[in-house]
Design a protein around this ligand. Structure first.
Ligand code: HEC
Ligand SMILES: [Cu+2]
Length: 334
């Protein structure tokens, strides 16, 4: 319920098939499927325990309630101890716990030790307060907040994610694709996904990481292999700006933006904030907080603290003219 509500609050991008309800019971990838089965088993066992305990409790309350005609005010007989019952309710729960531990451990091991299929895409996902850096080592492509991957209808393609963090602990969680895995500073974690259908799968940082943790959405954009290859090839291109953008580009390069942001092919080479080389090809801005259109982009650059109070991009107090130039430049970064 809460998860659904939260999904509905997210930005909608027209024309993109989006799996808006993040339902762990409708897995769309192998790891999520395995984990769903453990969840169902755990629910079944704990559900049965709940019904047994609650049933006995209700039975006792009703069966042994005070009789209104009983005016003797006497305590009922006080009975202590039964070795059989004590042993039963010690041993049975221990056995149940061991079954759950065993099954969970087996599924975790199976997911973690699964060998990569021949067609494996490598992606490094780096957590920042409060956005995701996405790096494709085999393509030397760097982007943010939206992970493009090939879909895997036949289960023969997978994306292996190396998870890192530059500041605090974050957590990768795209419920329909895989369970949570933390991104921990000074260490590498791994996760993998193989989305069965093309589409946009929405996730969120799942480990509280500071004020804007709730606005740290993640999109996995699964595409057909052809579409993915086309996307990757386009992302590999450095930025080429058409003639009439020269002035807008110069304004952007004269501002402090370049200390925090990179645009490949220009003098902007900062790495503190998201790489903006192909900004226009992203669906959202600021980790899913805003739609990537002219209006939201303008508002964001004018004052990022409005959409994400406390975020690590300051309001640059641009003049109206500078703002217009910078927005038109960023809008041209295809
Ligand atoms: C002090 C470093 C810093 C400066 C200076 C800075 N930014 Fe940012 N910028 C960031 C950070 C950090 C984020 C990510 C914020 C978040 O999502 O929480 C960001 C996000 C953005 C985004 C959204 C990118 C995306 O893919 O979601 C745009 C666009 C952007 N900045 C443009 C600019 C422009 C234009 C300037 C100059 C007027 C500028 N920034 C100056 C740090 C900076
Ligand atoms: Cu977080």
């Amino acid at each position: 319920m809460l998860i659904q509500l939260w999904a509905l609050l997210q930005v909608q991008v027209p024309g993109v098939p989006e799996r808006r309800i993040q339902d762990i019971f409708k897995p769309m990838a192998t790891p999520a499927e395995a984990e769903k089965n453990v969840a169902l088993l755990t629910f079944a066992i704990t559900g049965a325990i709940f019904i047994a305990v609650a049933g006995l409790l209700i039975y006792t309350i009703v069966r042994f309630r005070r009789n209104p005609r009983d005016t003797s005010n006497q305590e009922p007989p006080q009975i202590y101890g039964s070795n059989q019952i004590e042993a039963a309710w010690t041993v049975i729960p221990i056995l149940i716990v061991f079954v759950l531990i065993g099954v969970s451990a087996r599924v975790i091991a199976a997911v973690e030790n699964a060998g990569p299929p021949p067609a494996t895409l490598k992606v490094t996902l780096i957590g920042h307060q409060w956005w995701w850096e996405v790096y494709y080592p085999d393509y030397n492509v760097r982007t943010a907040n939206e992970i493009h991957v090939p879909a895997s209808p036949d289960g023969k393609t997978a994306t292996y994610l190396t998870l890192e963090s530059v500041d605090v602990i974050h957590s990768f969680w795209v419920p329909e694709l895989a369970g949570k895995t933390d991104l921990i500073p000074n260490r590498q974690n791994f996760a993998w996904i193989d989305p069965r259908e093309p589409g946009v799968y929405i996730g969120n940082c799942a480990e509280y990481c500071g004020t804007q943790h709730a606005k740290m959405y993640l999109r996995v954009i699964a595409q057909t292999p052809e579409d993915f290859n086309r996307w990757a090839a386009a992302q590999q291109q450095p930025q080429q700006i058409r003639g009439n953008m020269q002035q807008a580009k110069a304004v952007f390069e004269s501002l402090a933006c370049v200390n925090c942001h990179a645009v490949r092919g220009t003098s902007a080479a900062g790495s503190f904030g998201p790489d903006l080389t192909h900004l226009r090809t992203r669906q959202t801005l600021a980790s899913g907080a805003l739609v990537n259109d002219e209006q939201d982009l303008r508002n964001w650059i004018n004052d990022p603290q409005d959409a994400k109070p406390g975020c690590l991009m300051p309001s640059m107090k641009l003049t109206n003219d500078e703002l217009t130039q910078v927005v038109s430049y960023l809008q041209a970064l295809n």
